[in-house]
Ligand binder design. Structure first.
Ligand code: ZN
Length: 198
């Protein structure tokens, strides 16, 4: 890697730190960027900066949005007493695409993972508990069917149940280890319909 100049190395390192990009792809991308006309590179970098600066967290559900309230939370026709807990904004979008869910969401921005040092305090649980002080009838836990997703579901269930709120878990139509983001809409709808009480 020392064969490259310091600036190229820096670019490769930044790209390689992104999810899903290994050092080979990072090198390929770095050289592609260097060969682009300068205005294309400027457009790319300002798109990154604009997205970072303008995108904020919905003040209700914490999904990434560009307004105070995301379109789901701002919609009065949605059932605000049913909250689906998801790991991230991508999973929320996956459920929105089914068009079959009428409640609202809560985005955790992560899952509890003792192995990776991620504790309940590191995800947006405090905000969820705060929301439960309002009129909430059901909490549908739609974390992924991974060890971390299950751990998080059990943790939330134990935390919330004493408050007398119904806690359900989406059915196992979602394959173990499967990523909600990549599951088709029919399976997601079936998983939602077949949810069971925790
Ligand atoms: Zn929202």
């Amino acid at each position: 890697m020392d064969l490259y100049s310091e600036d190229i190395n820096k670019l490769i390192d930044e790209l390689a730190a992104l999810p899903g990009i290994g050092s080979r792809s990072a090198q390929r991308m770095a050289f592609h960027i260097i060969n682009l006309p300068i205005d294309r590179v400027k457009r790319l970098s300002s798109a990154i900066i604009d997205a970072k600066q303008h995108v904020k967290y919905c003040k209700e559900c914490l999904t990434l949005t560009d307004s105070e309230l995301c379109p789901v939370c701002a919609n009065e026709k949605r059932d605000h007493s049913t909250i689906m807990v998801v790991e991230n904004t991508r999973d929320m979008i996956a459920y929105e695409k089914t068009g079959k869910y009428e409640g609202v969401y809560h985005v955790l921005h992560g899952v509890i993972s003792p192995m990776n040092g991620i504790t309940p305090a590191d995800i947006r649980l405090k905000e969820l508990i705060e929301r439960l002080k309002g009129d909430v009838k059901e909490l549908i836990i739609a974390t992924n069917a991974t060890l971390e997703g299950e751990t998080t579901a059990m943790y939330i269930s134990k935390l919330v149940k004493p408050a007398g709120i119904r806690v359900t878990r989406i059915a196992t139509g979602v394959p173990v280890g499967g990523d909600i983001e990549y599951i088709d809409e029919v399976t997601l709808t079936r998983a939602l319909d077949g949810r069971t009480d925790l």
